[in-house]
Design a protein around this ligand. Structure first.
Ligand code: GRF
Length: 193
């Protein structure tokens, strides 16, 4: 990435749609001495996102945009992110697919976490599909975002063993616990830290 890290000078926006447990882990990571990022903004498409509470708790600016009018929402988000000199976007359980135009405005600066061992199981219901296929391992992946869904360059992955007793929910919980460690590691890795 054409950015240099140091003194937490990577101004980061985190996009969420739901619980925000990855957001919480990224906020905690951002406060560590070794972290290159400062989280400046939380963006959501969903006013009901439980994760928005972390904006209040940690005093981080948060904003919700209506993606029923996606073009308008993206235009407004872009203008805020540019105004705030954001140089890294972390998608963390963000359930909307960003347009090509949006992604081109932050080329090589958008990361996503996905609950499968990509390229396996792009899209939704990853845990259900892994169990149905009797896979031995599931896991999670952090990757750069390009204009194809869950297809950008992989940064890192963590395998999680699927046990015979696992349901999609128990597997999701196990994988999520690993996601919370993997995302900070991916950020360290892209800045060669
Ligand atoms: C995570 O499993 C993430 O990989 C997926 O959605 C879930 C979001 O969880 N895309 P949270 O909102 O970070 O708790």
């Amino acid at each position: 990435m054409a950015l240099s890290a140091g003194n937490k000078n990577i101004k980061t926006a985190v996009f969420i749609s739901g619980k925000g447990s990855n957001l919480k882990s990224l906020i905690k990571f951002s406060k560590l001495k070794k972290s290159p990022i400062t989280i400046k903004m939380i963006i959501s498409n969903n006013i009901k996102s439980k994760g928005l509470v972390f904006g209040k708790i940690y005093k981080i600016n948060k904003k919700v945009f209506n993606f029923d009018k996606q073009e308008k929402a993206e235009k407004n988000i872009l203008s805020i992110l540019k105004k705030k000199n954001i140089n890294l976007i972390c998608l963390a359980g963000f359930m909307k697919i960003l347009s090509k135009n949006f992604i081109n405005n932050f080329k090589g600066q958008i990361l996503n976490i996905h609950p499968s061992l990509l390229p396996k199981y792009k899209g939704l219901n990853t845990h259900e599909r892994a169990i149905k296929n009797k896979d031995i391992y599931s896991g999670c992946t952090v990757h750069f975002v390009n204009s194809k869904l869950d297809s950008g360059k992989i940064i890192n992955q963590k395998k999680v063993k699927i046990s015979k007793k696992d349901t999609p929910q128990t597997l999701a919980n196990k994988v999520l616990a690993q996601e919370h460690k993997l995302y900070p590691k991916a950020i360290m890795k892209i800045f060669n830290l």
